[in-house]
Design a protein around this ligand. Structure first.
Ligand code: GLC
Length: 339
């Protein structure tokens, strides 16, 4: 009798423990749809999205692609400010010289065996006047889509970096639907990356409505805690006072990151749309130990959830590479790529 009572109470304990809220999630993080789980990439930032190429100190050299591939990455994202290189009025033709230069760079990446994500970046005008810029935005995509219709499937498109301001979710969802349709006329199966509003935040995913299309990939950007990753960033007002902010990896600091990545993974699983972390990184003004700890934690936690990632960025403010010396910051690189 006593034995029976012990058995009963033990089995009660086991079963009640296993349904305790949160006990499972602590052991097993939610998993994103795993189609792009092995994506390991880097952003070639501050080059072609500067107001004019070279203005922000980075000029992409063919050798970078080989260095990137040999380091263990399989994707590069190339941000381009096409909006500053078209004719003023319809049909908004992309300047041939600029297009040619971008084209050469894309081909260098593809020929090196990397998947290339072509991203429309710093289209500032569309953030303040989405209606007024709609025709130009679509004209740019029509030209890109026509031009690349025979490119290998390892070229991906990304509709627009970080929609924000007047480009709210309702407006963005309509523009996404119409522009995907336009691209599909010439590129029926090309992968297209699309993020939510509010600078591609994780939270905005819940307001993102994507057309039903098996070749879409959702993307989000991750810079949390912002006071750490953007300390002293000259494009962020007030960020000088953040200089000296460290990231120690305390349980609270880790939990804040885990919560965001869980949200992204759950959204992907629920909506059956693969997701990647298209930008994440920390500025080189931050102390090196904190950068390493943060990068390692974010990268591994993303990977645990089947979330592929692209580090922001190669060799400018958030650098992991020295573009003058052609050398990696090995200690930071090791936190990204585990061999
Ligand atoms: C966004 C911006 C880019 C900036 C980065 C980090 O991608 O477009 O210019 O450097 O975020 O703040």
């Amino acid at each position: 009798m006593v034995a029976l009572i012990i058995m009963l109470s033990t089995s009660f304990l086991v079963s009640s423990c296993s349904i305790l809220p949160g006990s499972n999630s602590a052991m097993k993080p939610p998993l994103a749809l795993d189609r792009h789980a092995k994506l390991r990439g880097i952003n070639l930032g501050n080059a072609l999205e500067a107001p004019a190429p070279g203005n922000w100190g980075v000029t992409i050299k063919p050798t970078y692609f080989k260095a990137i591939r040999d380091a263990g990455f399989n994707h590069v994202r190339i941000p381009v400010r096409f909006s500053a290189h078209t004719s003023q009025t319809t049909p908004y033709s992309i300047e041939p010289n600029f297009f040619n230069m971008v084209d050469n760079i894309i081909n260098q990446g593809l020929e090196t065996g990397l998947t290339v994500i072509l991203d429309l970046h710093h289209y500032d005008e569309i953030m303040v006047d989405p209606a007024g810029q709609r025709e130009k935005f679509q004209a740019i995509w029509k030209q890109l889509a026509n031009h690349y219709q025979d490119a290998p499937p390892t070229l991906y498109f990304e509709l627009l970096n970080e929609p924000t301001q007047q480009l709210d979710s309702d407006t963005w969802n309509i523009l996404v639907k119409d522009t995907v349709q336009l691209i599909r006329e010439s590129n029926p199966e090309r992968k297209i990356l699309i993020g939510g509003t509010n600078f591609n935040s994780v939270e905005s995913l819940n307001r993102l409505q994507l057309p039903s299309d098996k070749n879409l990939i959702a993307t989000f950007h991750f810079y949390m805690p912002f006071e750490f990753t953007h300390q002293g960033a000259d494009w962020v007002r007030g960020s000088c006072s953040w200089i000296g902010t460290t990231w120690e990896g305390t349980p609270e600091e880790k939990q804040a990151i885990v919560d965001q990545l869980d949200l992204a993974a759950s959204w992907s699983a629920k909506s059956r749309i693969p997701i990647i972390m298209g930008e994440f990184g920390s500025i080189a003004t931050a102390d090196q130990t904190s950068r390493q700890k943060w990068t390692e934690f974010v990268t591994r936690e993303a990977e645990k959830r089947n979330i592929g990632w692209l580090y922001w960025e190669l060799c400018s403010e958030f650098k992991v590479y020295d573009c003058q010396l052609d050398t990696w910051d090995v200690s930071l690189l090791k936190t990204l790529i585990v061999k």
